[in-house]
Design a protein around this ligand. Structure first.
Ligand code: NAG
Ligand code: NAG
Length: 314
């Protein structure tokens, strides 16, 4: 049997059964292209790009000994050391789509909690604590970000809801405050199931990071996540957003340092011919419109970051 790279496997996979791992994995196994061992299958599901993440979730949730082992191996591929629980959940919930069935969710979240505690001994007194808090966080995400939920829980309420969950003891207020603030500033994102996340395009960006951006029409500073790749600058509301708010093609543009009275470490993108910059952005309702910028003013967090951005853009 010829040695297959992951890429050719993936191609086969797509040809045979567009993005449905269940049949796809079985086909690969039947044809001896993939070994039917928990570790091999888990690695395939974890590393392969472009697989249907809903189907991965269903596959991992199957109630059979082999699938349970694959789930365990899959969760084991996640590295959660030194991540706080929200950061770990972000990573985990991005790697597949949780299936709808409560029992499946339960199994997956248990596997998650076990792995988190293995990677971070001493944070929680038991896996149960981690498991319960994970659910509390997922619920908090919905309460804070679902527009249908009118009554938004405060930090105090979140803290009191989680009294005594650490084997009868309280978790530290610092920890709960940090987790609460993280969810409030950025909701969990659920991956699309078409395996076509735009994020794949941003796999190896030249540079990415937070910058403040001055609005084109409304002159206020907004914090945006910037990604520089393919000679374009993309900006997003959140790090995990699939669709950018705006795209600035850098062709024909120059960049320079800028002194601004309201913010330090500024840089400016401008058109040396003095014309308006060709760029686009999405409006609230998803409509794409042309940008209104004569120049883009950005502010970095430090002198070093500003210089690195200028260097990368040049
Ligand atoms: C978090 O909340 C957002 C906004 O309501 C929702 O789209 C997303 O599915 C939620 N994530 C989880 C894991 O429930
Ligand atoms: C992904 O898989 C799910 C479940 O198998 C299926 O319902 C959905 O249509 C698939 N999406 C695509 C884009 O094929």
């Amino acid at each position: 049997m010829p040695a297959l790279t992951h890429q050719s496997l993936s191609l086969l996979f797509t040809l045979i059964s567009p993005p449905v791992p269940l049949q796809g994995v079985h086909y690969l196994v039947e044809n001896h292209l993939l070994e039917w061992r928990a570790e091999s299958v888990a690695e395939f599901l974890y590393k392969e790009e472009g697989l249907n993440k809903t189907a991965i979730g269903n596959f991992l949730g199957e109630w059979e000994e082999m699938h349970l082992q694959i789930l365990k191996a899959f969760v084991g591929l996640h590295e959660f050391s030194d991540l706080n629980l929200v950061q770990a959940l972000r990573q985990f919930l991005w790697s597949f789509r949780l299936p709808g069935e409560a029992q499946k969710i339960d199994r997956m979240m248990e596997a998650f909690a076990t792995r988190y505690c293995d990677c971070n001994p001493g944070v929680f007194q038991s896996t149960d604590t981690c498991y319960i808090l994970s659910f509390a966080i997922i619920m908090l995400n919905t309460s804070l970000h679902n527009p249908n939920v009118k009554d938004k829980p405060s930090l105090q309420r979140f803290v009191s809801m989680n009294r005594g969950i650490n084997n009868g003891e309280d978790l530290s207020i610092e920890l709960l405050t940090k987790l609460y603030a993280s969810i409030r500033s950025e909701p969990f994102k659920i991956p699309e199931d078409d395996g076509n996340d735009l994020t794949l395009t941003f796999f190896n960006p030249d540079r990415e990071g937070w910058l403040l951006k001055m609005g084109g029409r409304v002159k206020t500073w907004k914090r945006r996540w910037f990604i520089l790749t393919d000679s374009c600058l993309y900006y997003f509301e959140y790090t995990t957003d699939k669709d950018p708010i705006g795209i600035i093609p850098l062709e024909d543009l120059c960049v320079r340092e800028l002194q601004d009275s309201s913010k330090p470490y500024c840089l400016e993108l401008y058109n040396p011919k003095g014309q308006k910059i060709k760029a686009c952005k999405t409006e609230n309702k998803g409509r794409v419109v042309q940008g209104k910028h004569q120049s883009y003013k950005l502010s970095a967090a430090s002198e070093e970051e500003r210089d690195n951005w200028i260097g990368a853009i040049r």
